[in-house]
Design a protein around this ligand. Structure first.
Ligand SMILES: N[C@@H](CCC(=O)N[C@@H](CS)C(=O)NCC(=O)O)C(=O)O
Length: 206
C-alpha cells in the first residue's frame, strides 16, 4: 500500500493524489505540512530531508519531489497509461515537466504569494502587474502549443498535463476573468472532464 504524506491543500500534493486516482492506485494519505505541521520531526526528515510535502512511501521506499513521484507512479504502472515506452515521447513529457518546474511554477507562485498567501502589507498594483506579466507569456506559449495537439506532451493525457493543469487551476482561481487562451481553455475543459481531476479543481486553498 502506498502512503502519501502531505495535506491536500498543497498543489504539489494534489499532483500526486491526482496521478494515483488516474491510475486507480490504492493509497492512504496522511495530513502533514501547512497548518498540520510535522515536517520538521526527525521521523519525517528521515523520509524527506528537504522537509516539504509531498513524500510517498511504497513498501518502505521513500520518495520526495512531486515530479519525481509522478514519474515513479507512471513507470510503476504496467500499462504505462500516464507515460510512454517510447523514449522520444517520454523526453517530451520530461521537457514539459521540467519547463513547469523552471518557469511556470515559480511565476504562478510569485502571484500566489502576493494575492493569496497572508501578508502583513497589501501588494501594490505594480507588484501584481509585474507578476502577471511573467505568467501571461508562459500561458500564451502553452496556448500556442495546444493549438497543435490535445494534451501538453502529445495527443494523450500524461503526467506532463498534471502540473500544468494544477498551475492553470491556480491561475483561474486568482484571475477568473482572464480567459484569453482559447486552446488552453479547450484543453482545460478536457481536463475538467477527468473524474480524477474534479476534487483538485474544487480546491480553493493554496
Ligand atoms: N519542489 C517540491 C516543492 C515542495 C513544496 O515546496 N511543497 C510545499 C507545499 S506545495 C511545502 O512543503 N510547503 C511547506 C508546508 O506545506 O509545510 C515538489 O515539487 O515536491
Amino acid at each position: 500500500m502506498l502512503t502519501i504524506w502531505g495535506h491536500q491543500g498543497s498543489p504539489n500534493v494534489q499532483k500526486v493524489i491526482w496521478a494515483c486516482e488516474e491510475l486507480g492506485a490504492r493509497y492512504v494519505r496522511k495530513d502533514i505540512g501547512g497548518a498540520f505541521g510535522g515536517t520538521d520531526t526527525p521521523s519525517y526528515l528521515a523520509k524527506n530531508p528537504n522537509g516539504r510535502v509531498p513524500t510517498i512511501e511504497d513498501d518502505g521506499f521513500a520518495l520526495w519531489e512531486s515530479h519525481a513521484i509522478l514519474r515513479y507512479l507512471a513507470a510503476r504502472d504496467p500499462a504505462k497509461r500516464l507515460t510512454s515506452d517510447d523514449w522520444q515521447a517520454r523526453a517530451k513529457i520530461d521537457q514539459w515537466m521540467d519547463w513547469h518546474c523552471a518557469h511556470l511554477s515559480p511565476a504562478i507562485r510569485s502571484l500566489v504569494v502576493l494575492v493569496v498567501k497572508p501578508r502583513s502589507t497589501m501588494p501594490t498594483p505594480e507588484e501584481i502587474e509585474a507578476a502577471r506579466a511573467e505568467i501571461i507569456p508562459l500561458l500564451r506559449l502553452v496556448d500556442r502549443e495546444l493549438e497543435q495537439r490535445d494534451y501538453v506532451a502529445g495527443n494523450t493525457f500524461t503526467i506532463a498535463d498534471i502540473p500544468v493543469a494544477i498551475s492553470y487551476n491556480l491561475w483561474k482561481i486568482m484571475e477568473p476573468a482572464c480567459a484569453d487562451f482559447p486552446a488552453l481553455e479547450a484543453w482545460y475543459a478536457r481536463i475538467n472532464r477527468r473524474v480524477a481531476f474534479k476534487p483538485m479543481s474544487g480546491q480553493r486553498r493554496v
